[in-house]
Design a protein around this ligand. Structure first.
Ligand code: 6PG
Length: 465
Protein backbone atom coordinates (compact mmCIF):
# COMPACT_ATOMS: atom_id res chain seq x y z
CA UNK A 1 0.00 0.00 0.00
CA UNK A 2 1.52 3.36 -0.96
CA UNK A 3 1.92 5.91 1.78
CA UNK A 4 0.12 9.25 2.02
CA UNK A 5 2.04 12.48 1.39
CA UNK A 6 0.42 14.25 4.33
CA UNK A 7 -1.96 13.61 7.22
CA UNK A 8 -4.66 15.91 8.63
CA UNK A 9 -5.88 15.62 12.22
CA UNK A 10 -9.33 17.08 12.89
CA UNK A 11 -12.21 17.16 10.43
CA UNK A 12 -14.02 20.22 11.74
CA UNK A 13 -15.02 22.97 9.30
CA UNK A 14 -11.46 24.13 8.54
CA UNK A 15 -9.86 20.65 8.72
CA UNK A 16 -12.31 19.02 6.35
CA UNK A 17 -12.22 21.94 3.88
CA UNK A 18 -8.40 21.95 3.81
CA UNK A 19 -8.39 18.16 3.44
CA UNK A 20 -10.67 18.33 0.40
CA UNK A 21 -8.48 21.09 -1.04
CA UNK A 22 -5.36 18.91 -0.53
CA UNK A 23 -7.00 15.81 -2.02
CA UNK A 24 -8.30 17.79 -4.98
CA UNK A 25 -4.75 18.91 -5.77
CA UNK A 26 -3.82 15.24 -6.14
CA UNK A 27 -1.85 14.69 -2.92
CA UNK A 28 -2.44 11.25 -1.35
CA UNK A 29 -3.90 12.09 2.05
CA UNK A 30 -4.65 10.41 5.38
CA UNK A 31 -7.24 11.98 7.65
CA UNK A 32 -7.83 11.37 11.33
CA UNK A 33 -10.85 12.09 13.49
CA UNK A 34 -11.62 10.55 16.85
CA UNK A 35 -14.35 7.94 16.97
CA UNK A 36 -15.58 9.08 20.38
CA UNK A 37 -19.35 8.91 20.97
CA UNK A 38 -21.08 11.64 19.05
CA UNK A 39 -18.13 12.18 16.68
CA UNK A 40 -17.84 8.85 14.87
CA UNK A 41 -20.15 10.04 12.09
CA UNK A 42 -17.73 12.90 11.18
CA UNK A 43 -15.09 10.64 9.63
CA UNK A 44 -17.74 8.44 8.04
CA UNK A 45 -19.52 11.39 6.43
CA UNK A 46 -16.27 12.89 5.23
CA UNK A 47 -15.15 9.64 3.58
CA UNK A 48 -18.56 9.16 1.94
CA UNK A 49 -18.54 12.60 0.34
CA UNK A 50 -15.16 12.48 -1.41
CA UNK A 51 -14.99 13.23 -5.11
CA UNK A 52 -13.94 10.55 -7.51
CA UNK A 53 -10.18 10.21 -7.87
CA UNK A 54 -9.38 11.69 -4.44
CA UNK A 55 -6.80 9.48 -2.73
CA UNK A 56 -7.86 9.65 0.90
CA UNK A 57 -7.63 7.13 3.73
CA UNK A 58 -9.57 7.70 6.94
CA UNK A 59 -8.45 6.75 10.45
CA UNK A 60 -9.67 6.98 14.00
CA UNK A 61 -6.59 5.29 15.45
CA UNK A 62 -3.39 7.30 15.78
CA UNK A 63 -0.99 4.38 15.24
CA UNK A 64 -2.52 3.31 11.92
CA UNK A 65 -2.82 6.95 10.86
CA UNK A 66 0.87 7.61 11.55
CA UNK A 67 1.93 4.37 9.84
CA UNK A 68 0.07 5.40 6.71
CA UNK A 69 2.29 8.48 6.16
CA UNK A 70 5.47 8.69 4.10
CA UNK A 71 8.63 9.96 5.85
CA UNK A 72 9.42 12.52 6.99
CA UNK A 73 5.82 12.53 8.15
CA UNK A 74 3.93 15.76 7.60
CA UNK A 75 0.95 16.13 9.90
CA UNK A 76 -1.41 19.09 9.80
CA UNK A 77 -3.22 19.57 13.11
CA UNK A 78 -6.58 21.32 12.62
CA UNK A 79 -8.11 21.35 16.08
CA UNK A 80 -9.14 24.09 18.52
CA UNK A 81 -6.20 26.24 19.62
CA UNK A 82 -5.13 25.96 23.25
CA UNK A 83 -4.34 23.02 25.51
CA UNK A 84 -5.84 20.52 23.06
CA UNK A 85 -2.80 21.05 20.81
CA UNK A 86 -0.47 20.06 23.65
CA UNK A 87 -2.51 16.94 24.38
CA UNK A 88 -2.40 15.83 20.74
CA UNK A 89 1.35 16.49 20.57
CA UNK A 90 1.87 14.28 23.64
CA UNK A 91 -0.24 11.50 22.11
CA UNK A 92 1.64 11.68 18.83
CA UNK A 93 5.17 11.95 20.19
CA UNK A 94 5.76 8.23 20.98
CA UNK A 95 4.67 7.37 17.44
CA UNK A 96 6.83 9.92 15.60
CA UNK A 97 10.39 9.61 14.24
CA UNK A 98 13.19 12.14 13.93
CA UNK A 99 12.62 14.82 11.26
CA UNK A 100 8.85 14.36 11.22
CA UNK A 101 6.96 17.66 10.89
CA UNK A 102 3.93 18.77 12.89
CA UNK A 103 1.98 21.72 11.48
CA UNK A 104 -0.46 23.63 13.68
CA UNK A 105 -2.93 25.29 11.29
CA UNK A 106 -5.13 26.88 13.97
CA UNK A 107 -5.15 30.35 15.51
CA UNK A 108 -2.62 29.50 18.24
CA UNK A 109 -0.90 32.17 20.29
CA UNK A 110 2.58 32.81 18.91
CA UNK A 111 4.21 32.42 22.33
CA UNK A 112 2.66 28.93 22.63
CA UNK A 113 4.09 28.20 19.20
CA UNK A 114 7.54 29.38 20.29
CA UNK A 115 7.31 27.10 23.33
CA UNK A 116 6.12 24.08 21.31
CA UNK A 117 8.83 24.66 18.70
CA UNK A 118 11.59 24.59 21.32
CA UNK A 119 10.09 21.54 23.03
CA UNK A 120 9.68 19.53 19.83
CA UNK A 121 12.98 20.57 18.26
CA UNK A 122 14.74 19.11 21.30
CA UNK A 123 13.11 15.80 20.39
CA UNK A 124 14.17 16.07 16.73
CA UNK A 125 10.66 16.95 15.52
CA UNK A 126 10.01 20.06 13.44
CA UNK A 127 7.07 22.28 14.35
CA UNK A 128 5.32 24.71 12.05
CA UNK A 129 3.05 27.43 13.43
CA UNK A 130 0.94 27.99 10.37
CA UNK A 131 -1.49 30.89 10.06
CA UNK A 132 -4.36 30.06 7.72
CA UNK A 133 -6.87 32.69 6.68
CA UNK A 134 -9.96 32.59 4.52
CA UNK A 135 -12.62 30.87 6.57
CA UNK A 136 -14.39 27.77 5.27
CA UNK A 137 -14.54 28.87 1.64
CA UNK A 138 -10.89 29.93 1.62
CA UNK A 139 -9.77 26.66 3.16
CA UNK A 140 -11.63 24.73 0.46
CA UNK A 141 -10.76 26.87 -2.56
CA UNK A 142 -7.48 28.51 -1.57
CA UNK A 143 -6.57 30.26 1.68
CA UNK A 144 -3.73 32.64 2.47
CA UNK A 145 -1.10 30.64 4.35
CA UNK A 146 1.49 32.01 6.80
CA UNK A 147 3.91 29.29 7.94
CA UNK A 148 6.53 29.98 10.63
CA UNK A 149 9.26 27.35 10.98
CA UNK A 150 12.85 26.48 10.02
CA UNK A 151 13.79 26.83 6.34
CA UNK A 152 14.44 23.08 6.25
CA UNK A 153 10.94 22.22 7.47
CA UNK A 154 9.46 24.71 5.02
CA UNK A 155 11.25 23.07 2.08
CA UNK A 156 9.44 19.83 2.94
CA UNK A 157 5.97 21.32 3.18
CA UNK A 158 6.24 24.09 0.55
CA UNK A 159 4.98 21.92 -2.36
CA UNK A 160 1.72 21.17 -0.63
CA UNK A 161 1.09 24.52 1.07
CA UNK A 162 1.89 26.49 -2.07
CA UNK A 163 -0.37 24.21 -4.13
CA UNK A 164 -3.42 24.57 -1.89
CA UNK A 165 -3.08 28.33 -1.24
CA UNK A 166 -4.91 31.05 -3.18
CA UNK A 167 -3.06 32.68 -6.09
CA UNK A 168 -2.23 36.37 -6.40
CA UNK A 169 -2.92 38.43 -9.55
CA UNK A 170 0.34 37.19 -11.09
CA UNK A 171 -0.53 33.55 -10.40
CA UNK A 172 1.95 33.24 -7.50
CA UNK A 173 0.90 31.31 -4.43
CA UNK A 174 -0.44 33.28 -1.43
CA UNK A 175 1.85 31.31 0.84
CA UNK A 176 5.35 32.29 1.85
CA UNK A 177 7.84 31.23 4.49
CA UNK A 178 7.31 33.92 7.14
CA UNK A 179 10.27 33.25 9.44
CA UNK A 180 11.15 31.09 12.45
CA UNK A 181 8.91 29.54 15.13
CA UNK A 182 5.96 31.72 16.22
CA UNK A 183 6.36 34.24 13.39
CA UNK A 184 3.60 32.69 11.24
CA UNK A 185 1.09 32.76 14.06
CA UNK A 186 2.19 36.28 14.99
CA UNK A 187 1.55 37.48 11.44
CA UNK A 188 -1.83 35.70 11.41
CA UNK A 189 -2.68 37.34 14.73
CA UNK A 190 -1.91 40.79 13.27
CA UNK A 191 -4.00 39.88 10.22
CA UNK A 192 -6.90 39.26 12.57
CA UNK A 193 -6.25 42.51 14.45
CA UNK A 194 -6.41 44.43 11.16
CA UNK A 195 -9.54 42.43 10.35
CA UNK A 196 -11.16 43.52 13.65
CA UNK A 197 -10.58 47.23 12.92
CA UNK A 198 -11.62 46.89 9.26
CA UNK A 199 -14.88 45.32 10.39
CA UNK A 200 -15.43 47.95 13.09
CA UNK A 201 -14.87 50.84 10.64
CA UNK A 202 -17.54 49.39 8.37
CA UNK A 203 -19.83 48.91 11.36
CA UNK A 204 -19.33 52.54 12.45
CA UNK A 205 -19.92 53.87 8.91
CA UNK A 206 -23.05 51.70 8.73
CA UNK A 207 -24.40 52.97 12.06
CA UNK A 208 -23.82 56.61 11.07
CA UNK A 209 -25.57 56.11 7.74
CA UNK A 210 -28.36 54.12 9.36
CA UNK A 211 -29.65 57.19 11.21
CA UNK A 212 -31.36 58.31 8.01
CA UNK A 213 -30.90 55.52 5.48
CA UNK A 214 -32.35 52.09 4.81
CA UNK A 215 -30.18 49.00 4.53
CA UNK A 216 -30.75 49.04 0.77
CA UNK A 217 -29.57 52.65 0.52
CA UNK A 218 -26.47 51.90 2.59
CA UNK A 219 -25.73 48.89 0.40
CA UNK A 220 -25.94 51.18 -2.63
CA UNK A 221 -23.42 53.59 -1.09
CA UNK A 222 -21.05 50.75 -0.20
CA UNK A 223 -21.42 49.32 -3.71
CA UNK A 224 -20.22 52.63 -5.12
CA UNK A 225 -17.22 52.56 -2.73
CA UNK A 226 -16.50 48.98 -3.77
CA UNK A 227 -15.99 50.19 -7.34
CA UNK A 228 -13.12 52.44 -6.16
CA UNK A 229 -9.73 51.81 -4.52
CA UNK A 230 -11.74 50.99 -1.36
CA UNK A 231 -12.72 47.62 -2.80
CA UNK A 232 -12.24 44.76 -0.36
CA UNK A 233 -13.62 41.37 0.58
CA UNK A 234 -15.04 42.72 3.85
CA UNK A 235 -16.83 45.54 2.02
CA UNK A 236 -18.17 43.02 -0.49
CA UNK A 237 -19.64 40.74 2.18
CA UNK A 238 -21.05 43.76 4.04
CA UNK A 239 -22.96 44.77 0.90
CA UNK A 240 -24.35 41.23 0.62
CA UNK A 241 -25.27 41.17 4.34
CA UNK A 242 -27.09 44.52 4.08
CA UNK A 243 -29.25 43.16 1.27
CA UNK A 244 -30.08 39.74 2.68
CA UNK A 245 -33.77 39.30 3.42
CA UNK A 246 -35.73 36.39 4.84
CA UNK A 247 -39.53 36.42 4.81
CA UNK A 248 -39.50 40.07 3.78
CA UNK A 249 -37.29 41.12 6.73
CA UNK A 250 -33.64 42.11 6.63
CA UNK A 251 -31.68 39.35 8.40
CA UNK A 252 -29.26 41.99 9.74
CA UNK A 253 -32.11 43.72 11.56
CA UNK A 254 -32.92 40.49 13.41
CA UNK A 255 -29.38 39.93 14.76
CA UNK A 256 -28.65 40.79 18.40
CA UNK A 257 -26.00 43.52 18.71
CA UNK A 258 -23.58 41.53 20.89
CA UNK A 259 -20.28 40.80 19.12
CA UNK A 260 -18.30 37.67 19.93
CA UNK A 261 -14.56 37.10 19.67
CA UNK A 262 -12.07 34.28 19.99
CA UNK A 263 -9.18 36.33 21.32
CA UNK A 264 -6.83 37.11 18.43
CA UNK A 265 -7.81 40.80 18.40
CA UNK A 266 -6.95 41.23 22.07
CA UNK A 267 -3.72 39.24 21.62
CA UNK A 268 -2.65 41.76 18.94
CA UNK A 269 -3.41 44.60 21.29
CA UNK A 270 -1.44 42.95 24.10
CA UNK A 271 1.47 42.34 21.75
CA UNK A 272 1.49 46.06 20.94
CA UNK A 273 1.75 46.90 24.62
CA UNK A 274 4.59 44.41 25.01
CA UNK A 275 6.48 45.71 21.99
CA UNK A 276 5.82 49.41 22.67
CA UNK A 277 4.00 50.04 19.41
CA UNK A 278 0.79 52.06 19.01
CA UNK A 279 -2.26 50.05 18.16
CA UNK A 280 -5.24 52.21 18.93
CA UNK A 281 -7.26 50.98 15.94
CA UNK A 282 -7.25 47.31 16.92
CA UNK A 283 -7.74 48.06 20.60
CA UNK A 284 -10.72 50.35 19.91
CA UNK A 285 -12.24 47.62 17.72
CA UNK A 286 -11.71 45.01 20.44
CA UNK A 287 -13.23 47.28 23.09
CA UNK A 288 -16.18 48.07 20.81
CA UNK A 289 -16.92 44.33 20.79
CA UNK A 290 -16.55 44.15 24.57
CA UNK A 291 -18.89 47.13 25.07
CA UNK A 292 -21.44 45.51 22.78
CA UNK A 293 -21.52 42.51 25.10
CA UNK A 294 -23.05 44.64 27.91
CA UNK A 295 -26.40 44.54 26.14
CA UNK A 296 -28.76 44.56 29.11
CA UNK A 297 -26.82 47.30 30.95
CA UNK A 298 -26.73 49.39 27.77
CA UNK A 299 -30.43 48.91 27.33
CA UNK A 300 -31.13 49.92 30.93
CA UNK A 301 -28.98 53.08 30.74
CA UNK A 302 -30.28 54.06 27.31
CA UNK A 303 -33.78 54.56 28.72
CA UNK A 304 -32.76 57.57 30.82
CA UNK A 305 -30.44 59.12 28.20
CA UNK A 306 -31.52 61.23 25.25
CA UNK A 307 -31.95 59.15 22.09
CA UNK A 308 -29.78 59.66 19.03
CA UNK A 309 -30.27 63.10 17.58
CA UNK A 310 -31.33 62.88 13.98
CA UNK A 311 -29.09 65.40 12.28
CA UNK A 312 -27.57 63.10 9.78
CA UNK A 313 -29.61 64.34 6.80
CA UNK A 314 -26.76 66.61 5.96
CA UNK A 315 -24.13 63.87 5.88
CA UNK A 316 -22.05 64.15 2.76
CA UNK A 317 -21.36 60.59 1.59
CA UNK A 318 -18.23 61.60 -0.27
CA UNK A 319 -16.86 63.01 3.01
CA UNK A 320 -17.51 59.74 4.84
CA UNK A 321 -15.89 57.87 1.96
CA UNK A 322 -12.72 59.95 2.36
CA UNK A 323 -12.79 59.49 6.15
CA UNK A 324 -13.10 55.72 5.68
CA UNK A 325 -10.10 55.74 3.30
CA UNK A 326 -8.11 57.75 5.86
CA UNK A 327 -8.99 55.40 8.75
CA UNK A 328 -8.20 52.24 6.75
CA UNK A 329 -4.76 53.58 5.97
CA UNK A 330 -4.05 54.27 9.65
CA UNK A 331 -5.35 50.79 10.52
CA UNK A 332 -3.03 49.09 8.05
CA UNK A 333 -0.18 51.34 9.11
CA UNK A 334 -0.54 50.36 12.77
CA UNK A 335 -0.81 46.66 11.88
CA UNK A 336 2.28 46.67 9.66
CA UNK A 337 4.14 48.74 12.25
CA UNK A 338 3.38 46.05 14.83
CA UNK A 339 4.92 43.42 12.55
CA UNK A 340 7.89 45.69 11.89
CA UNK A 341 8.58 46.04 15.62
CA UNK A 342 8.13 42.31 16.24
CA UNK A 343 10.49 41.59 13.37
CA UNK A 344 13.17 43.71 15.03
CA UNK A 345 12.54 42.46 18.58
CA UNK A 346 12.45 38.77 17.64
CA UNK A 347 15.02 38.98 14.77
CA UNK A 348 12.50 37.57 12.29
CA UNK A 349 13.54 39.76 9.37
CA UNK A 350 9.94 39.87 8.13
CA UNK A 351 9.39 40.79 4.50
CA UNK A 352 6.39 43.13 4.77
CA UNK A 353 5.97 43.44 1.01
CA UNK A 354 5.76 39.66 0.72
CA UNK A 355 3.28 39.52 3.62
CA UNK A 356 1.13 42.14 1.87
CA UNK A 357 1.35 40.01 -1.29
CA UNK A 358 0.10 36.82 0.37
CA UNK A 359 -2.73 38.90 1.86
CA UNK A 360 -3.98 39.99 -1.57
CA UNK A 361 -6.02 36.86 -2.03
CA UNK A 362 -7.54 34.04 -0.01
CA UNK A 363 -7.61 35.90 3.30
CA UNK A 364 -10.31 37.96 5.01
CA UNK A 365 -8.49 41.30 4.67
CA UNK A 366 -7.75 40.97 0.96
CA UNK A 367 -8.31 44.27 -0.79
CA UNK A 368 -7.28 46.68 -3.47
CA UNK A 369 -5.37 48.57 -0.79
CA UNK A 370 -3.34 45.46 0.08
CA UNK A 371 -2.33 45.17 -3.57
CA UNK A 372 -0.91 48.72 -3.41
CA UNK A 373 0.83 47.93 -0.13
CA UNK A 374 3.10 45.41 -1.89
CA UNK A 375 4.79 48.31 -3.71
CA UNK A 376 4.88 50.56 -0.64
CA UNK A 377 6.82 47.96 1.38
CA UNK A 378 9.14 47.16 -1.52
CA UNK A 379 10.42 50.72 -1.14
CA UNK A 380 9.74 51.74 2.45
CA UNK A 381 9.56 50.39 6.00
CA UNK A 382 6.35 52.29 6.75
CA UNK A 383 3.34 53.86 5.01
CA UNK A 384 4.37 57.11 6.68
CA UNK A 385 7.50 57.22 4.51
CA UNK A 386 5.44 56.93 1.34
CA UNK A 387 4.55 60.26 -0.28
CA UNK A 388 1.24 58.97 -1.72
CA UNK A 389 0.07 57.66 1.65
CA UNK A 390 1.05 60.90 3.38
CA UNK A 391 -0.76 62.96 0.75
CA UNK A 392 -3.87 60.85 1.18
CA UNK A 393 -3.83 61.40 4.94
CA UNK A 394 -3.23 65.14 4.60
CA UNK A 395 -5.95 65.58 2.01
CA UNK A 396 -8.52 63.52 3.94
CA UNK A 397 -7.92 65.14 7.35
CA UNK A 398 -10.77 67.62 6.88
CA UNK A 399 -13.09 64.77 5.88
CA UNK A 400 -12.40 62.63 8.94
CA UNK A 401 -12.90 65.68 11.16
CA UNK A 402 -16.26 66.27 9.49
CA UNK A 403 -17.32 62.62 9.86
CA UNK A 404 -16.41 62.68 13.54
CA UNK A 405 -18.45 65.84 13.88
CA UNK A 406 -21.37 64.08 12.09
CA UNK A 407 -21.08 61.22 14.58
CA UNK A 408 -21.27 63.72 17.45
CA UNK A 409 -24.38 65.36 16.00
CA UNK A 410 -26.04 61.98 15.74
CA UNK A 411 -24.69 60.74 19.09
CA UNK A 412 -23.05 57.74 17.43
CA UNK A 413 -20.13 55.87 19.06
CA UNK A 414 -17.37 56.29 16.49
CA UNK A 415 -14.29 55.22 18.42
CA UNK A 416 -12.28 53.56 15.66
CA UNK A 417 -12.62 56.55 13.32
CA UNK A 418 -11.66 58.80 16.26
CA UNK A 419 -8.65 56.59 16.97
CA UNK A 420 -7.42 57.00 13.41
CA UNK A 421 -7.77 60.76 13.59
CA UNK A 422 -6.17 61.09 17.04
CA UNK A 423 -3.23 58.95 16.00
CA UNK A 424 -2.63 61.15 12.98
CA UNK A 425 -2.94 64.33 15.02
CA UNK A 426 -0.48 63.08 17.65
CA UNK A 427 1.98 61.78 15.07
CA UNK A 428 1.96 65.14 13.29
CA UNK A 429 2.21 67.29 16.44
CA UNK A 430 5.63 68.68 17.20
CA UNK A 431 5.05 69.35 20.90
CA UNK A 432 2.91 66.95 22.90
CA UNK A 433 2.06 67.50 26.59
CA UNK A 434 4.47 64.73 27.59
CA UNK A 435 6.61 67.43 29.23
CA UNK A 436 3.90 67.64 31.90
CA UNK A 437 3.78 63.85 32.27
CA UNK A 438 7.55 63.84 32.80
CA UNK A 439 7.28 66.63 35.38
CA UNK A 440 4.54 64.75 37.26
CA UNK A 441 6.62 61.56 37.24
CA UNK A 442 9.61 63.46 38.53
CA UNK A 443 7.51 65.24 41.18
CA UNK A 444 6.10 62.13 42.86
CA UNK A 445 8.76 59.56 42.01
CA UNK A 446 12.00 61.39 41.14
CA UNK A 447 11.89 59.57 37.79
CA UNK A 448 13.94 62.37 36.14
CA UNK A 449 13.39 63.98 32.75
CA UNK A 450 15.30 65.06 29.67
CA UNK A 451 15.59 68.74 28.75
CA UNK A 452 14.99 70.59 25.52
CA UNK A 453 18.36 71.39 23.97
CA UNK A 454 20.29 69.12 26.37
CA UNK A 455 22.00 65.88 25.19
CA UNK A 456 19.56 62.92 25.02
CA UNK A 457 21.57 60.88 27.50
CA UNK A 458 21.37 63.57 30.19
CA UNK A 459 18.64 63.26 32.82
CA UNK A 460 17.54 65.94 35.30
CA UNK A 461 15.67 66.04 38.57
CA UNK A 462 13.96 69.04 40.19
CA UNK A 463 13.28 69.44 43.91
CA UNK A 464 9.59 70.18 43.43
CA UNK A 465 8.69 70.68 47.10
C1 6PG B 1 -9.58 34.19 9.01
C2 6PG B 1 -10.34 34.65 10.21
C3 6PG B 1 -10.59 33.52 11.14
C4 6PG B 1 -11.60 33.87 12.23
C5 6PG B 1 -10.92 34.57 13.38
C6 6PG B 1 -11.66 35.71 13.99
O1 6PG B 1 -8.57 34.81 8.76
O2 6PG B 1 -10.00 33.26 8.35
O3 6PG B 1 -9.65 35.65 10.87
O4 6PG B 1 -9.37 33.06 11.61
O5 6PG B 1 -12.63 34.55 11.70
O6 6PG B 1 -10.70 33.59 14.33
O7 6PG B 1 -12.55 35.25 14.93
P1 6PG B 1 -13.23 36.14 16.05
O8 6PG B 1 -13.89 37.28 15.38
O9 6PG B 1 -14.21 35.16 16.62
O10 6PG B 1 -12.20 36.52 17.05
Amino acid sequence: MSKSFIGVIGLGVMGSSLSLNIAEKGFPLSVFNRAIPGEAYILKNFMMNLDEGMQVEGFSDFKNFIDSLERPRKILIMIKAGEAIDYVIEELLPLLSENDILIDGGNSHYLDTNRRTTYLNKKGISFVGCGVSGGEEGARKGPSIMPGCSKKAYANIAPILEAIAAKDTRGKSCCTHISEAGSGHFVKMVHNGIEYAEMQLLAEAYTLLKVTKTNAAIAKIFKAWHKTDLSSYLLEITIAILQKEKDGIYVLDTILDKAGNKGTGSWSTKASFDLGTVNTMMSSAVFARYISAFKSKRHELSISVAPNVNQAEAIDISVLEKAYRFARLINHHQGFELMQQASKAYHWDLNLSEIARIWTNGCIIRSEFMEKSITVFKKYESYLEDENSLNLLKSAEAAIKQSISDSLSSRIAFDTFWSAYNYWVSMTTKNLPANLIQAQRDYFGAHTYQKINAPENQFFHTKWY
